[in-house]
Design a protein around this ligand. Sequence first.
Ligand code: EPU
Length: 421
Amino acid sequence: MDKLVIEGGKPLKGEVLVSGSKNASLPIMAATLLTDEPCVIHNVPRLRDTLTMIKLLKSLGKVVEFENNTLKITAGKKASYIADYHLVSTMRGSFCVLGPLLAKLGKAKVSLPGGCVIGVRPVDLHLKGITRLGATLDIDSGYIFAKAKKLRGAHVYLGGGFGSSVLATANVMMAAVLAEGETIIEAAACEPEIEDLANMLVLMGAKIKGQGGPRIVINGVHRLKGVNNYRIIPDRIEAGTYILLAAVTRSPILIKNADLSHLIVLLDILEQAGITVTEKDGVIRVKTGKIFKPVSVTTYPYPGFPTDLQAQYLTLMSLADGVSVVTERVYPDRFIHIAEMNRMGANIRREGTNAIVQGVKELRGAPVMASDLRASAALVLAGLAARGRTEIHRMYHLDRGYENLDEKLAGLGAVVYREKE
Ligand code: EPU
């Protein structure tokens, strides 16, 4: 296992390129199960999670080549309908093979993912959605076995206690594209990753309207074809993380290959804090004064403030000039990073779903433990802003979602390196 060592407090400069979106890549890779024709997809980040999805697709009978961020996925000799426990339990995103397997093969046996460190994370909305399309379900030995001779279009409501669900929308949309008749998904997730998936499905021949909004209308077709040269959108969470890095270290970093239109809420909040983010000719610049103001935020589904930037934003607020409250409405328990940040001198108190942050003058390096992907990113930001040496143990979490993180940071002049534990 590797740890990441950071010598903090050094000014950063230079440019950083944002990779393709992890959370768009995973369902788009699953969507290739809907066709036997070849699919060529560009701008796929090389991450532990995309490599896990490749393993899963191979176990389901696909032949996959992955070079220079381009995936070529073709049909192998025999398709399987069973998604193994080991591949689904290591990455919940694997669960989005359920919809396409069911639509293409008429059956799918997919391990139930279980909880994870950011919360219980049920899959009831996924199951409700595909049941509405006519699938029958059986749960046995930790697997969900879904069957349907023919899926039929239906009116499906996918809102849950915590709002819409990104991957449930992906699963139901992918099942509905080959169903007979019209499906309407209400309270669909509006995330750009869902829009990206729908755009790819449309290129494959699917009939989808309304993607990017809360009401998606799908008219089933008999078959889907392959795609040549689909390009994944930039990773908005990676881009947001680098914007917050520039802000918290007050560094003139130039960020490229990002789509700021997916980060409007972050820019709005940062502006209130006195931090300006501008874009010219595809180059994003972040300007931070000596101090920045505390601004409270609440996470919501898109276009609200993303839960996937909550931890990194906490790092910023821990150095703000006053008190702010960060409320988590998507994953109420996603606060494990607070204790680690406090070990670095932050002053954050959790009260239920609120993190109450009293800004401090400086953070100090410390050995800390990464608990999940975004919590780890927050600790990297804290480590780079802090005085002294930080060691982030269990750095494999970062490799799940940030492509070449240590190299990208080193390219900005940061003193960061991996060491074996
Ligand atoms: N939920 C239910 N029932 C369901 C599904 C979800 O109650 O059947 C609840 C969840 O427990 C949560 C809320 O609904 O409280 C939203 O969860 P959602 O289903 O939208 O999450 P997801 O689709 O499993 C994706 C991302 C996550 C990101 C969330 C929210 C992927 C592979 N994962 O997960 O990304 O936090 O949407 O935006 O797309 C990450 O990248 O670090 C990450 C965790």
